[in-house]
Design a binder for this molecule. Sequence first.
Ligand SMILES: *Cc1c(COP(=O)(O)O)cnc(C)c1O
Length: 377
Amino acid sequence: MKKRIYLSPPHMSGNEIKHVNQAFDENWIAPLGPNVDAFEQSVSEYCGVTGSVALSSGTAALHLALILLGVQQGDDVFVSSFTFSASVNPVVYQGATPVLIDSEPDTWNMDPQLLEQAILDRQKYGNKPKAIIVVHLYGMPAKMDEILAIAEKYSIPVIEDAAEALGSKYKGKPLGSLGKLAILSFNGNKILTTSGGGVLLSNNTEWIDEARFLATQARDQAVHYQHSKVGYNYRMSNVLAGIGRGQLEVIDERVRRKREINLYYKDKLGEFDGIEFLEEPDESYFSNCWLTTILVDPVKTGTSWQQLRLELEKENIESRPLWKPMHLQPVFEAYPAYQNNVSESLFATGMCLPSGTNMSDGELEKIVSILKKEINK
Ligand SMILES: *Cc1c(COP(=O)(O)O)cnc(C)c1O
């Protein structure tokens, strides 16, 4: 069996082990320690924010962001429908109502017009609008000027779900620095990984301190164990933060390679009628190109993403459909959704191509030749 080519596997730089060894040498295996502090500092600097907290996952980071904003039962949280379920689950953990907002066709992210329509429409139900979770899917920045203007107009704080978008920029600013709060994921498939982990970002130091407190079981200042709030065990361990330090040293190189892979696919497949790419609408948008995605028009190409996926699978190469929108998921279908058919039509025709930064040029050429053969048939 040929070695499997994965969609976006972990890619170690070699420096991770140095920081992990340091944790072993100093017996700093317990959660928290120097790697956690250094990792948080590097992430904050890179993302251009004053504070960050390293956590066990991006999902945990989003959960804490909602808690910091006081989200509870009877509240509305506006969230992109075209995303991974982890963007929505924490809203439900808090007993709040996710209000699912469809995409615009330019960036595939939250449609600002639909967002405003939803905010106005939901006013009649008496729920409090508490937060907007805007996702930067596949690394592509959402239309932030428009979304932030609406958020300002109705005084609703924005949380950026930048889980897939570390290294992306909007108008020259790093994603994760634009909302009141933002989350990153360091799960195994993301552009950088700590094998599992997440970070909460904010320029609000009080929130960052409170998040750190809540994430370590909400222990009050006392020699004995005293608690006046419900706490969580959400901190990243010092061993895993060591991996994160080594990863962050190579973020620029990882973004460069992701974009190079994207460009290669566009160069080789862009000429085909019926194959479309997700493209940066103008120079305000800089994507980390976490995954390269294509839309396959079955009439124009005479094939389909399903068939292309099977052709790749025959050669032990992984590819995947786009995220299935949340308003189509059985678990979320009862929640209010504001739709325009954009995400449904993307889901019907789109797929993610292998985008691992450790993929060789030869492997990339092979993938393209398999795709070309099927499209040319
Ligand atoms: C991966 C991901 C998350 C969750 O991150 P975890 O670290 O896996 O909990 C949240 N939102 C989006 C859009 C993601 O892709």
